[in-house]
Design a protein around this ligand. Structure first.
Ligand SMILES: [Zn+2]
Length: 164
């Protein structure tokens, strides 16, 4: 499958982006992979964080986060890990774009920032920062392209081209 790696890269990017959106997630990648390996070995998904985390023991986890850990473990080394790295790059791009040029608006009624116009409360919002044409969808799209690109490049460097 010529585009198999591309698809996996996009999935990885989306998983990691989702993970970063939840502040309780530990961002350490090595730890994430070890977690995934544990799940694969025991065929069980723990219901809460264990004491191996230093920040949030006992915090509830979402299925996407476990799926991401398993994905990281499955990726292994070489081209697989390149795809995993692509997911990381995609998430970083997502964060950078979201914090810089992504459109952010302000609802005077609620006195809070929002991406929507009108706001959920019904009030019109005014531009706060970023480009008005560069919304959340544009950020997601761009981050996915970056992640897939890194995954492709990394896989090629690792000695296995995506088309093989
Ligand atoms: Zn509002």
């Amino acid at each position: 499958m010529k585009y198999a790696w591309l698809v996996i890269g996009i999935v990885a990017a989306r998983f990691l982006t989702t993970a970063i959106a939840y502040p309780q997630l530990d961002g350490d990648l090595a730890w994430q992979r070890r977690l995934g390996e544990t799940i694969l070995r025991t065929h069980a998904i723990p219901r809460a964080l264990g004491d191996e985390t230093f920040t949030a023991a006992g915090a509830p986890w979402l299925p996407q986060e476990w799926a991401f850990s398993v994905l990281g473990a499955l990726a292994g080394n070489g081209p697989g890990f390149a795809v995993f790295a692509g997911g990381v790059a995609g998430a970083v791009a997502d964060s950078l774009l979201g914090a810089s040029i992504q459109s952010l608006r302000w609802c005077q009624q609620c006195a809070r920032a929002t991406e929507r116009d009108p706001h959920a409360c019904g009030s019109a919002t005014r531009p706060l920062r970023g480009f008005t044409w560069f919304g959340n969808d544009a950020v997601n799209f761009s981050a996915t392209i970056v992640g897939a690109g890194i995954a492709f490049a990394g896989a090629a460097i690792a000695g296995t081209t995506p088309s093989h």
